[in-house]
Design a protein around this ligand. Structure first.
Ligand SMILES: Cc1cc2nc3c(=O)[nH]c(=O)nc-3n(C[C@H](O)[C@H](O)[C@H](O)COP(=O)(O)OP(=O)(O)OC[C@H]3O[C@@H](n4cnc5c(N)ncnc54)[C@H](O)[C@@H]3O)c2cc1C
Length: 313
């Protein structure tokens, strides 16, 4: 009797750890992929570290049906709906290692739990590298913003800065100029704009400030002033900033190819260069939005389901 019980327990544990698909990252992209797969009766494990990149932003915009809700309201509702599908499981945790083996992939979490699946979907987002400027991190997502589509309308016509340089600064200025004419460009050091670009910015009365930034003066995440190393100060209501990022997973684990900009390289079907491994959401695109992450996850989930169906039939 005892032996039978032990055996049953061992097999059920083993079965519990084996899935059709493991999704790394359970935010907008990951949950959306899980919904497509759960509705297709696939056994899915979502492993999520609980740190979506928009977590500090008070309100999320530009996603119809959820415009103005908090990021958490959107993801909580998504999670509730996805976990109604009984074949979808959710595990809090951070994947620290991914391996390929004969019949799929093994992932290991920081708590040393290991799980196996035939397919992997990496929906792990990206990690913003916050500049080492006092006050910047407090304002990130509140008054220092990554995207005019997500937050530009709310700060239209306000005195707004752009922290960027060169071609990116020029492109960004054109885009934001439609939302406010009260624009100032901070290159935080010598400008790398060419003469034409500088002339055009000046023609549109966009002041270019090359002084090095010392500090962002703020209160509760609301920017008040830029303070420069030479003592100069500029008052502002908001600042757009293009900041660098890294991937949240180690792409070397599986030999995943990255693009020049550092995104996971995928084809139109969200397939990476490693067969059986898919990626979607912020980690593959510079078009960074909740709606886009959800659309990508939905598509990736369907592609993975189709691949499983082809293999099983
Ligand atoms: C400050 C800010 C404000 C924004 N505001 C808006 C807005 O108003 N409107 C809008 O449409 N978009 C907005 N965005 C963009 C939007 O947040 C992203 O496009 C969206 O979150 C991408 O979804 P995702 O699922 O790809 O990644 P994320 O939402 O970033 O989620 C990734 C998830 O994967 C988990 N994860 C990462 N690595 C691992 C690992 N190794 N193991 C397990 N889990 C892991 C993370 O913990 C996280 O939960 C904003 C972005 C920022 C940075």
């Amino acid at each position: 009797m005892k032996i039978c019980f032990t055996f049953a327990k061992a097999t059920s544990n083993k079965r519990m750890k084996n899935f059709d698909v493991i999704i790394i990252g359970g935010s907008y992209a990951g949950l959306s992929a899980a919904m497509a797969l759960g509705r297709s009766l696939r056994n899915v494990l979502i492993i999520d570290g609980g740190k979506p990149s928009n977590r500090q932003t008070p309100h999320s915009h530009n996603f119809i049906t959820h415009d103005g809700k908090t990021p958490k309201e959107i993801s909580d509702l998504a999670k509730e709906q996805v976990l109604k599908y009984k074949t979808v499981k959710f595990q809090n945790g951070v994947v620290v290692k991914m391996h390929k083996d004969v019949d799929g992939f093994k992932v290991i979490t920081e708590n040393k739990d290991d799980f196996h699946a035939k397919k992997l979907i990496i929906a792990s987002g990206i990690k913003d590298i916050i500049p080492d400027i006092p006050g910047f991190s407090e304002c990130w997502g509140i008054s220092i913003l990554h995207c005019p589509y997500c937050h530009g309308y709310e700060i239209r016509n306000e005195v707004t800065g752009i922290l960027s340089n060169g071609d990116m600064a020029f492109d960004f200025s054109k885009l934001v100029f439609n939302l406010t004419k009260n624009l100032v460009l901070f290159t935080n050091g010598r400008s790398s704009l060419n003469n034409d670009q500088t002339e055009k910015l000046q023609k549109n009365r966009i002041n270019i400030i090359e002084d090095e930034i010392e500090e962002v003066q703020q209160a509760n995440g609301k920017i008040q002033k830029m303070i420069f190393k030479n003592g100069k100060e500029v008052s502002l209501k908001a600042l757009y900033a293009k900041i660098p990022f890294t991937q949240n997973i180690n792409s070397d684990d599986l030999g995943l190819e990255l693009t020049e900009q550092g995104f996971i390289k995928v084809d139109m079907m969200h397939k990476t260069n490693i067969p059986g491994v898919f990626a979607c959401g912020d980690n593959v695109t510079m078009m960074r939005s909740v709606a886009n992450a959800i659309a990508q996850g939905n598509f990736a989930g369907a592609v993975v389901n189709r691949e499983l169906a082809e293999e099983d039939f």
